[in-house]
Design a protein around this ligand. Structure first.
Ligand code: NAI
Length: 306
């Protein structure tokens, strides 16, 4: 199989089969976008029920895409949805799914032990030249890859998508110190081939976007704690003064306060070079909201009520 790709189209055909592990919010979005760009995709989850839920997310999102693509033509809309869904197989058999994949993208829950076990299983099952990738937001790729052989580590990277995957253009391509340049190049070509824009970065906490966004949102919460301004005024200020599409409190509520707390606490405690960093120190306000179950849009209340 040719390793040096002359073009994105060639790269796309080289990575034809993609296995996506975890069919939640992110995994179903990744599977959908890859299938919409002509990849054969296998979506893997722990139960048939989880897989059907993932398929439901894809069908709903594809329905919206189809309406925009074929505004006046209901038949073309449903043909498009069927065709894309037709390229996604559902499976609870991780090993079988990985066995024929050129690229495996893991998007299961954010838990280091679970991810390490998953990758050990993937390494045992995937073809030798497959690229293994994790969509983790906050865990070091090198730590997830720790149980793998040196050869596998050379073909392991991060592919960090953003929520909602079908709409968000960016994918961070995370390069560990072990990863081969060719693997990074192939991943970049894959990302372009599915209509996304890659940003390559080193394997450091938060990569680019979250490393900059989390200190910013935590500082916004601290402004609130010091009673400098209300969430509404801070959001308005950042939207109109800095041109951001969402203010920091709207963003927190959208992402989920539990998720923000999980990431920030993890970095503050465990380090990855950030241990004890004041930027990521716990916030009483954030802790209180999470404790009360006010997690944002998903629970009907966070910094705002919905
Ligand atoms: P989710 O909770 O919506 O989905 C996780 C899915 O993984 C569930 O369907 C679950 O059944 C499945 N799963 C759990 N254990 C599994 C296993 N052993 N094998 C196969 N499937 C398994 O979570 P979400 O939000 O989709 O996040 C997934 C990953 O993506 C996490 O690592 C998260 O940090 C990362 N991420 C999340 C973003 C977000 O905004 N939600 C953004 C970027 C990355």
């Amino acid at each position: 199989r040719a390793r040096a790709f002359a073009s994105t189209a060639a790269a796309q055909s080289a990575i034809r089969r993609v296995a996506v592990i975890g069919g939640g919010q992110m995994g179903s979005g990744i599977a959908q976008v890859a299938a919409a760009h002509k990849h054969d995709v296998t979506l893997v989850d722990v139960s048939q029920e989880a897989l059907e839920r993932g398929k439901g997310y894809m069908a709903k999102s594809l329905g919206r895409v189809a309406k925009k693509k074929f505004p006046e033509d209901a038949q073309a809309q449903s043909r498009f949805v069927e065709e894309v869904l037709g390229r996604v197989s559902l499976s609870t058999d991780l090993k079988a799914a990985a066995g024929s994949a050129g690229l495996v993208i893991e998007a299961a829950v954010e838990n280091i032990k679970l991810k390490q076990e998953l990758f050990a299983g993937l390494a045992a099952a995937a073809p030798e030249d497959a690229i293994l990738a994790s969509n983790t937001s906050s865990l070091p790729i090198a730590r997830i890859a720790a149980p793998l052989s040196a050869e596998r580590k050379r073909r392991m990277i991060g592919l960090h998508f953003f929520n909602p995957v079908p709409q968000m253009k960016l994918v961070e391509v995370v390069r560990t110190d072990e990863a081969e340049q060719q693997v990074v190049d192939d991943a970049v070509a894959f990302v372009k081939g599915i209509g996304k824009v890659p940003a390559v970065c080193k394997d450091t906490p938060g990569f680019i976007v979250n490393r900059l966004l989390l200190p910013y949102t935590m500082e916004a919460v601290r402004l609130l704690e010091r009673d400098v301004a209300s969430p509404r005024d801070i959001d308005t200020a950042m939207k109109l003064g800095a041109g951001y599409p969402m203010g920091p409190f709207e963003l927190c509520d959208y992402v989920g306060l539990d998720t923000i707390k999980f990431i920030v606490d993890g970095w503050h405690k465990e380090g990855q070079g950030l241990a004890g960093d004041k930027l990521f120190a716990p916030s009483a306000k954030l802790d209180e909201l999470v404790k009360k179950g006010h997690l944002g849009v998903k629970t009907g209340r966070g910094f705002y009520e919905y």
